[in-house]
Design a protein around this ligand. Structure first.
Ligand SMILES: [Zn+2]
Length: 296
């Protein structure tokens, strides 16, 4: 299968390549899929009419709602598939079979299952508190041991990814492999993936709260009306910071954030008492990207 890599191109150039080459398979990072669909709609492109030969659409890179799957399948007129891979394993460790990411048939609408490639990677799903294997249908931490690597082997590598484990037979296709539920892989730690960049929440919080003019803040990850990712940070300044100094402080903080994380943040100063504060556990960040996908 010839592979057309369009990663460095603009969305407009990708749409042009999509129309010109009419790919049989389309691979999209999940946070980009909504943007690509909205850009196609804006350009008057209907894949069912203009690129009718698509066999399937491949999504990787995060958890997504079932409604998102339906939106993708309706728009492209093709089933959606998912794989999971990681650099520690040096490979893809599991993927959907011909049934795709939804459990089809009588129970339709439920999530499907990715089969672990057990001939290449020993995959365990363990209770992170006890280290014991979880049972069929339970959540646990993904632990992998690639069986083929010689130069840089890893042994029982704890991924910090939270997955739902399925015993062989879960998928219903008859393949004799253990499985992982589609669309629900999440993190145990506090890492955010923003515009393709992995960012630790504690590092982000430390940088913003380390600014002596900042009293408190909340951050929201969202998709704008064109489906682009935005990071909006609402900041309360300390009362001692004079009003005329606040615009300059925002600009300087924005520059430090961009330099540290290679991501552009939209910063906004808000009046004292506006930002939510939490008594027990500080959760300053909310991720509204998936909520928007569910609406589309
Ligand atoms: Zn299957």
């Amino acid at each position: 299968m010839p592979v057309l890599r369009v990663g460095p191109n603009s969305t407009e150039e990708r749409i042009a390549a999509f129309l010109r080459f009419k790919p049989r398979v389309l691979k999209l990072p999940y946070v980009y899929a909504i943007r690509f669909m909205e850009a196609c709609r804006a350009a008057g492109v209907d894949p069912r009419r203009d690129v009718p030969g698509i066999k399937f659409v491949f999504i990787s890179g995060g958890a997504y709602p079932v409604e998102f799957t339906r939106a993708v399948e309706d728009f492209f007129g093709a089933p959606m598939h998912e794989v999971f891979g990681c650099s520690q394993a040096g490979t893809v460790t599991c993927g959907t079979c011909d049934r795709g990411v939804l459990a089809r048939g009588a129970a339709g609408g439920e999530r499907g299952w990715m089969h672990n490639y057990e001939h290449e990677v020993l995959t365990e799903v363990l209770d992170p508190a006890t280290g014991r294997p979880v049972q069929d249908g339970e959540e646990g931490e993904l632990v992998i041991t690639p069986l083929f690597r010689a130069a840089s082997p890893v042994f029982r590598y704890r991924m910090r990814d939270r997955v739902r484990f399925g015993a062989p037979g879960r998928c219903g296709c008859g393949r004799p492999f253990t499985t992982i539920e589609c669309g629900t892989i999440a993190r145990y730690d506090d890492m955010l993936r923003i515009k393709g960049v992995n960012v630790w929440v504690h590092e982000l919080d430390a940088l913003i709260l380390g600014d002596p003019s900042v009293d408190e803040f909340n951050g929201v990850l969202m998709l704008d009306e064109r489906g682009r990712e935005r990071v909006c940070v609402r900041i309360e300044f300390r009362s001692a910071v004079p009003a005329e100094a606040r615009a300059g402080a925002l600009g300087a903080l924005g520059t430090r954030l961009r330099d540290a994380f290679r991501v552009t943040f939209d910063l906004e100063a808000v009046p004292a008492g506006t930002v939510r504060r939490f008594e027990l556990k500080q959760r300053r960040w909310t991720d509204e990207r998936t909520a928007r996908m569910a609406r589309n």
